[in-house]
Design a protein around this ligand. Sequence first.
Ligand code: ZN
Length: 192
Amino acid sequence: MTAKDIITLPDERLRTKSRRIGAVSAEAQAIAEGMIEATLEWEAGREHEFGAALAAVQVGLLERIIVVRHDFDNKADKSFGVFINPEIVKTDGELEEDLEGCLSVKDIYGSVKRYTKVKIKAINLEGKPVRLTATGFLARVFQHEIDHTNGIVFVDRVNDPHNLYRLEADGKFSPLPPPEAAKAIASRGETH
Ligand code: ZN
C-alpha cells in the first residue's frame, strides 16, 4: 500500500463501523504491513507532520486493525505495534484537551478532549490477547484510532468551530476561517 491508498473526508467509509476479525490470518498481517508502509510514505512527504498511527478503514478496509508507532518522538524509529479488535475496557484520569490531527483529514487540526489514561484490550498478530494501560499521548492515540474502528473521526468530537486550525505550509497553525470551520462541523457524523 502507498500513501495514495489513504482515504480522506468526506469518504463515507470513514463514518462506517469496521468488522471484528474472527481469526488472525496471514491476510491480517499483510494488511497491517501495508498500513505501516502507507503511513511512513505519507509522513515522508510531510515535513511538519508525524504518522503516529493508522486504522484499516483509513486505507478503505473495514477491519478492526490499528497500527501504532512505538516512538512518537523519533521519526527515525519506524516500528509500529499492531492491535486487532482493539477496545477500551476502562477510561481513567482526567479529560484533557489537546490538538489532534488525522491522516484522513487533510491539513486540519482540532482541539479534542480525551482521557489521560485508558486500559486497552486487543489481540496481537500471533492471535494472542494483549492488555495494556496507556497514558498521555499514547492514550490519546488509542482513543483516536478506536474511534476510527467505530466510524468516528476526530472532527466529530469538536463542538466549537474555534477549536479547528489549519496547518500552514510553514508548519504553523492558523485559525480555520469561519465558513470552512462551519462546514467541517456541519459534516460531522451522526454520533454527536
Ligand atoms: Zn485519524
